[in-house]
Design a protein around this ligand. Structure first.
Ligand code: TPP
Length: 285
């Protein structure tokens, strides 16, 4: 499978020169190739935004849905065919803002999917408004006096909810990011990768230099099985730690569905019993 070109070379890419998304696209392509995944069995799912365009630049099955709504279809795709590798990816606004409710409850469901969040701390597509992860004081055309809100802390929230895999990495550290993406995709259960990424056009605060100075690996003695330690480190802001904060094995959503109790065949392989469906509809009239 290694000869499959995961990244398309036959389309124009609508990202600004220097955008961190180019690095993420390269990383995703390299990681899928290194894991030797079958392109026919791999699905990318995204919402709306610059980050959410990524699946369109890949040679892969994808579903590009509504703003903030990547996780529900990703969960459904995995449930209807658990053999697929499902990756939901989008921006920080899409996943933590408009999609915040789905983010919380997807963690509780624990479907076996990877959730890559391109975290550039800004709404890029709509030209630079503050996102949930924007830092305090960040001045935008809308937040003219600077952001006054406390930034949303996705790692701390995910750990508090008992997410089964929680990691942060930075696109400027490709080797680290590749390792994290591999581990997240291999992990069985919901895996959050908060992937820090500069927006060179609309975020002049959180630049490549800022991320390089502001990030540092988790200490060598960090134990990803220790939830309290993971939570404490997720709450640190200076530096922003990189690595696998927390990891645990727990039952996955699709495995527990009643539809799979007596029948292991994926839902999409089954015939709908039209007579039974008609009777159910009739009973509801
Ligand atoms: C319900 C709804 N609200 C708002 C919008 C407008 N909108 C589209 S993309 C976007 C922000 C995207 O930001 P982010 O998810 O951080 O991704 P980025 O563009 O920075 O990669 C917004 C507000 C929309 N399309 N739908």
């Amino acid at each position: 499978m290694s000869e499959h070109s995961w990244v398309r070379r036959d389309c124009d890419i609508a990202w600004c020169p220097g955008c961190g998304n180019y690095g993420i696209l390269k990383l995703v392509g390299e990681t899928l190739a290194e894991l030797a995944l079958d392109p026919q069995q791999t699905v990318l799912v995204s919402g709306i935004g610059q980050a959410a365009k990524l699946p369109q630049y890949c040679n892969v099955h994808f579903f590009n849905g509504l703003h903030g709504r990547a996780l529900p279809p990703a969960t459904a795709i995995k449930a209807s065919n658990p053999r697929l590798t499902v990756i939901a990816e989008s921006g920080d606004g899409d996943m933590y803002g408009e999609g915040g409710n789905h983010f919380l409850h997807c963690i509780r469901r624990n479907p076996d999917l990877t959730n890559i969040v391109h975290n550039n701390m800004v709404y890029g597509l709509t030209k630079g408004q503050a996102s949930p992860t924007s830092r305090r004081g960040f001045v935008t055309p809308l937040q003219v006096g600077g952001v006054t809100l406390e930034p949303f802390n996705p790692l701390a929230v995910a750990i508090a909810l008992g997410a089964s895999f929680v990691a942060r990495t930075y696109v400027g550290n490709a080797e680290h990011a590749r390792g994290i993406l591999q581990a997240a995709i291999r992990h069985r259960g919901y895996a959050l990768v908060d992937l820090l990424q500069p927006c060179v056009t609309f975020n002049k605060l959180n630049t490549y230099q800022w991320f390089a100075a502001q990030t540092a690996p988790l200490p060598d003695d960090h134990d990803p099985a220790d939830r309290v330690q993971a939570f404490a480190r997720a709450c640190e802001e200076e530096p922003l730690r990189l690595g696998i904060f927390y990891r645990q094995e727990k039952p996955v959503f699709e495995e527990q569905l009643a539809a799979y109790t007596d029948d292991a065949r994926p839902l999409y392989e089954r015939q709908v019993d039209l007579a039974r469906l008609a009777a159910t509809m009739e009973a509801m009239r």
